[in-house]
Design a protein around this ligand. Sequence first.
Ligand SMILES: [Cu+2]
Length: 148
Amino acid sequence: MKNIFILLPLILSLLSCTSQKKEASASVNGSTSEAWARPAAKGAMSAAYFTYTNTLDTADTLSSLSSNVSMMTQLHESYMTDDGLAGMREMKNQVVESNEQLVLEPGGLHVMLMRLTNDLAEGDSVTVTLNFAQAGEVVVTVPVKPAN
Ligand SMILES: [Cu+2]
């Protein structure tokens, strides 16, 4: 009888620990913060920004991306050409080192949402799915708001 009383608090604490973990984030293997996407019209392009942290003990590779509002979704980098023009290029298989951040921000890396299937207006939210080689699917909910 004694053993049951000792075990019960242990089981309860294990249970609460598990449920807390599930609520903390959509992804167990990484975390994201400060997400937002630009308003845009159907058929046009928008960009999504957030910071992803690789919490794994190993480097990870972003293999592909998708979204519920775009026909095509890519990781892009903004850069300056030799002529001083702003350009963008696709970054394939971007590596995120262990415990490092993938920072997506205006003027830098961003998720390019191309050929939008809906208008995106302030107050909407879109879903961006990152497919990592190690972490697997990371689903990010991104609210639409104008740039500051
Ligand atoms: Cu772009």
